[in-house]
Design a protein around this ligand. Structure first.
Ligand code: NDP
Length: 314
């Protein structure tokens, strides 16, 4: 039985965490990952408060194993989400896209384990100072919202591991057991995986989006919208429109107008591949099938264990 600071922190079999992702990770995906021995996360960012409550309750009914909720701190009804998380007895919260100082102690007072997502050593230290139990260090390769500085996972993990004393979970560009092993050799104690789990049977993302992920090749994603909130997207008509506007110096107001409302829902949930916002990581180029989430966890762990035993000259 494998055991380290991350499996102990979350009481899981493996240090494999499925990322909280808007329009993809509801109770079905989170409970399937938790049942397979990883940590499943419900992505609250795209859920109205009562939808989040329903997903938490369904997740509790579908697994006796630990699971978490990812809370983007920029969410408009954040207070309601926090109330629901506490009322429903959620034990682990991953916070992202905001200042960890604001809410960490509030959760800790309720006995909740708190992990914050960061894209630099500076913010990792802030998360540690705020009392977080661990950090997710998310590199440039990651899908969706991302840091402006473009620090890659290969550089970020050792830097964050050196900067903080709390456990580090590596994210960005990880979909396989070998990548997991590489991240752990660089200093991480666990991995958070998003893209690979979007192409799962249980993800709530539209089938056309899942298909677009497995059809994608190297170079098909790019970080854009640096003037608003930097985000890595699969290239499509919407992406081109934003790129062209940024290239001719469009200001924030114009970019927001082009973005409009609910682009992410349109793309990832409703399957409008041309005009929707398709948030996905670089590693989509390596994902070639849609699998049950439990199989994904098992495959990653098998490959990780085999790679660990393999001499480097083979
Ligand atoms: P938009 O403003 O374009 O649209 C809001 C979307 O969120 C709509 O699709 C809406 O659903 C849904 N929604 C859920 N709860 C609420 C609420 N209380 N008020 C308004 N809308 C709500 O935003 P985005 O789609 O770009 O982002 C939505 C949210 O997702 C953000 O507020 C943020 O919290 C989160 N987010 C987090 C990311 C991350 O952490 N990596 C990445 C991107 C977004 P409906 O259409 O059914 O009304």
């Amino acid at each position: 039985m494998f055991s380290n600071s991350i499996t102990k922190l979350f009481s899981t079999n493996y240090p494999i965490i499925q990322a909280g992702m808007i329009w993809a990770s509801g109770w079905k995906l989170a409970s399937a990952v938790s049942n397979a021995g990883g940590l499943g996360i419900i992505g609250a960012g795209s859920m109205y408060p009562e939808t989040l409550r329903e997903h938490i309750q369904k997740c509790k009914a579908a697994t006796t194993k630990p699971f978490a909720v990812n809370l983007p701190l920029l969410y408009p009804d954040l207070d309601k989400h926090i109330e629901i998380i506490i009322e429903e007895g959620v034990k682990i919260v991953f916070t992202s896209a905001g200042n960890p100082k604001t809410w960490t102690q509030h959760f800790k007072q309720q006995g909740i384990t708190v992990v914050h997502v960061v894209s630099s050593s500076k913010f990792a230290l802030k998360a540690q100072e705020a009392g977080c139990d661990a950090v997710v260090a998310e590199g440039f390769e990651a899908g969706g919202h991302n840091g402006r500085e473009e620090t890659t996972t290969f550089v970020l993990i050792p830097a964050v591991a050196k900067a903080v004393n709390i456990p580090v979970i590596a994210a960005g560009g990880i979909a396989t057991g070998r990548q997991m092993l590489a991240a752990m050799i660089l200093g991480a104690q666990g991995v958070q995986i998003g893209t690979r789990f979007v192409a799962s049977e249980e993800a709530s993302s539209h089938l056309s989006f899942k298909q677009a992920i497995i059809d994608s090749v190297e170079g098909d994603t790019q970080l854009t919208m640096k003037k608003l909130t930097p985000v890595r997207l699969l290239k499509n008509n919407f992406f081109q429109q934003i790129q062209e506007a940024e290239a001719r110096g469009a200001d924030e107001i114009e970019l927001k107008k082009i973005l409009g409302r609910a682009r992410a829902k349109q793309g990832m949930y409703e399957g409008n591949l041309d005009e929707g916002e398709l948030e996905i990581g670089q590693v989509s180029a390596l994902v070639k099938d849609i699998l049950p989430a439990g199989k994904i966890v098992a495959n990653i762990w098998k490959e990780f264990s085999e790679a660990l035993q393999r001499p480097l000259n083979q």
